[in-house]
Each structure stands twice: as C-alpha cells, then as structure tokens.
Design a protein around this ligand. Structure first.
Ligand code: HEM
Ligand SMILES: *[C@@H]1O[C@H](CO)[C@@H](O)[C@H](O)[C@H]1NC(C)=O
Ligand SMILES: *[C@@H]1O[C@H](CO)[C@@H](O)[C@H](O)[C@H]1NC(C)=O
Ligand SMILES: *[C@@H]1O[C@H](CO)[C@@H](O)[C@H](O)[C@H]1NC(C)=O
Length: 324
C-alpha cells in the first residue's frame, strides 16, 4: 500500500512536477520575449532601427559606442539601464567609474530614441531594452550579424559606481584575468573571445594602450611606431586610434587576423593570442567569419539576459537619465 501511490496522488505528483518545470524554465529565461512590445508598442523596433541607422550614417563610430553601452550596462548589476542614470545629489552613478569616464558614449542617441518612443507609446519601452536593441541594430548597420533581441527588461532606479569599477574588465588584464572577469558573469573563455571580437569596430584612447606601444614586446614594431605618432609617451591621453587597424567601421573578423600578426591595440586584446589557451579560438575566428558571427550573436543574446528586472521589479523610466 505504502509503496504504491493512488491515481489521484500520481496526478498530483505529475502536476507538481509540471509546475516546477514551468517555474524553473521561466526563471531561466526571466520572462524576456522577442514579441514583448508587439501589441503595446508595435513600432518600437522600427523606430529604434531608423534612429540607429541615422546616427551610424552620421558617424560610423556611434555604432561601436552603442554596442559598448549595452556591454557596460549588462556587466554592472544586469541589463537594467543603470549606466544611463546621471549622478544626483544622493547617488553617484556609473558614468564616472574608471572604465566609463571620458569614454562611454551614445547617451544622446538613446535620449533621442526614448523621446520618440515616449510620444509613440508613453511609459511602455524601457531604456534597458532600447540599449539592447540599439546594440544589435548598430552591429547590423556596420555589416555584422543580426540576432533576435529578447525584450521586457525594466529599468533600475539606481546605479552603482563601485559595481562598475569592479565588474568591468580593464585593458591591463592578463588572459587569466579576462577569463575570470567573464566567468564571474557566467561566460566561457570561448564566449569571452567571441565577445571581444566587438573590438573589430570602434576607437580607444591613448591612455588605454600607451604602455603597450612603448613597452611591450609582443607587438609588431611597425604598428607600434605608427601609433606613437598620435600617442606620445606623456600627454595626449584622449587621442584616439582604431581598435581594428584594418577595417575600423566594418563588423568583420579582421580583429582576429590582427591578433595573429601582433597588431592587437590593447594589452588585453593581444592576451587572447599570446601563446595561451585561447590562441586556437582566435585562429578559428580568423579563418572562419561565419563561426565568429554565429558565436558572437549567441553570446550577445546571453549577455542581454544578464539579470534583467522583469514583471513588477524596477520601472519604465520616462527619461533614461533619471529615475521616475
Ligand atoms: C574582454 C575584455 C574587454 C576589455 C578589457 C575592454 C576594454 C576596452 C577599452 C579600454 C576600450 C577603449 C575605451 C576608451 O579608450 O575610451 C574599449 C572600447 C570598446 N569596447 Fe571593449 N573591452 C572588452 C570587451 C568588450 C566587449 C565584450 C564588448 C561588447 C560586447 C566591447 C565593445 C567595445 C567597443 C565597441 C569599443 C569601442 C567603443 C567606441 O568607439 O566608442 N568590449 N574596450
Ligand atoms: C535626496 O534625498 C533626500 C532625503 O532622503 C530627498 O529628500 C531628496 O529628494 C533626494 N534628492 C534627489 C535628487 O533624489
Ligand atoms: C615603460 O617602462 C619603463 C621602465 O619600467 C617605465 O619607466 C615607463 O614609465 C614605461 N612607459 C610606459 C609608457 O608605460
Ligand atoms: C609588421 O607589420 C608591417 C606592416 O604591416 C609588415 O610589413 C611587417 O612584415 C610586420 N612585421 C613582422 C615582424 O611581422
């Protein structure tokens, strides 16, 4: 008797099991969905795409800046739009954190999109989702892969300077430091290499690569010498050079080819190809564009899923720069 459950009890166990599976699945996907605004703001995606296309055609680098904005949002307490918050009397936000100050950009483009969406469908589309979609549209505008952006993130009411300083990887990191910075966010070393392929677009300031071009030995000497012209050993901290010396406004795999010829701009870039465990992945991406773009797109979806606020958590900010 005790070893055999009665039929109603079996049904109960089955329903309980089903319930647990559904709850677990829901938590894992955190309720984001690609059709989240289909009825509440059907033109949200096309509005964002037009604004991004126009910003990128006005200045190609803006595509890179918008991609980085999403990364720097997601790695700091999840993709919650926290990076967009201006400092207030009571809160020092993320904009003045070391990895962001004088560096992260694209806020005006996000403001423009937000005000268009507030006229179209007030209080509906979150700033965090705008940043996620703008990152995808930027990559597409520069010739890279597309992916389905899952939507339904809500915005935080606060930001964290300390979290930004401790969670965003520095260009001085070694390979093992890079692997652990990404592993802390649930990414494999392979995904870290794929995501680093973002540096196939955009620019970096002299201060981030000075030591590399004056003092490192695993750099092509012609390349180092040419960079010194615009990056003196003292001064000129904000002078820019492209992260991908070959094709800085094309989302391609030239970044990985550059690493193979010791033309990575940042110390952290060249770490991915310096005799360590990620060399073979760099070789794969260098010789196979499709493998890179597929892995990149998948890793971007995963990055966009980092601890979103959903349901009734957080808010839909009216102005991306301040909490409601
Ligand atoms: C692997 C660790 C990473 C490090 C150490 C790193 C570091 C940096 C640094 C130092 C710059 C130049 C910033 C400046 O001088 O103002 C930069 C630029 C950039 N990063 Fe990264 N990054 C990393 C990963 C990523 C990831 C995962 C993405 C996107 C998914 C990304 C996207 C970009 C883009 C697009 C730029 C150019 C931005 C622009 O031109 O405005 N980076 N990164
Ligand atoms: C700062 O905090 C004080 C006291 O809690 C509050 O009255 C004030 O409105 C806050 N100011 C801002 C800009 O959030
Ligand atoms: C290069 O290394 C030397 C010796 O360690 C040091 O004095 C100098 O400041 C370094 N230069 C740069 C640009 O990092
Ligand atoms: C360094 O780059 C230059 C210019 O692209 C190239 O001609 C040269 O062969 C490279 N040097 C080495 C040692 O690979």
């Amino acid at each position: 008797m005790a070893s055999k459950s009665s039929p109603p009890l079996n049904r109960l166990k089955f329903l309980l099991g089903l319930f647990l599976v559904l709850v677990t699945t829901n938590l894992a996907s955190a309720q984001l969905s690609s059709t989240f605004y289909a009825t509440t703001c059907p033109n949200a995606l096309s509005t964002i795409k037009s604004a991004v296309n126009s910003a990128v055609s006005n200045e190609a680098r803006m595509g890179a800046s918008l991609l980085r904005l999403h990364f720097h949002d997601c790695f700091v307490n999840g993709c919650d739009g926290s990076i967009l918050l201006d400092d207030t009397a009571n809160m020092t936000g993320e904009k003045t954190a070391g990895p962001n100050i004088n560096s992260v950009r694209g806020f005006n483009v996000i403001d423009t999109i937000k005000s268009q969406l507030e006229s179209l469908c007030p209080g509906v589309v979150s700033c965090a989702d705008i940043v996620a979609v703008a990152a995808r549209d930027s990559v597409v505008a520069l010739g890279g892969p597309s992916w389905n952006v899952l939507l339904g993130r809500r915005d935080s009411a606060s930001a964290s300077l300390n979290a930004a300083n401790s969670n965003l990887p520095a260009p001085t990191l070694s390979l093992s430091g890079l692997i652990s910075a990404f592993s802390n966010k649930g990414f494999t070393a392979k995904e870290m290499v794929a995501l680093s392929g973002s540096h196939t677009i955009g620019q970096a300031r002299c201060t981030t690569f000075r030591t590399r071009i004056y003092n490192e030995t695993n750099i092509n000497s012609t390349f180092a010498t040419s960079l010194r012209g615009n990056c003196p050993s003292t001064g000129g901290d904000n002078n820019l050079s492209p992260l991908d010396t070959t094709s800085p406004t094309s989302f391609d795999n030239a970044y990985f080819k550059n690493l193979q010829s010791q033309k990575g701009l940042l110390h952290s870039d060249q770490q991915l190809f310096s005799g360590g465990s990620t060399d073979s992945q760099v070789n794969t991406y260098s010789s196979n564009l499709g493998t890179f773009t597929t892995d990149f797109a998948n890793a971007m979806v995963k990055m966009g899923n980092l601890s979103p606020l959903t349901g009734t958590s957080g808010q839909i900010r009216k102005n991306c720069r301040k909490a409601n």
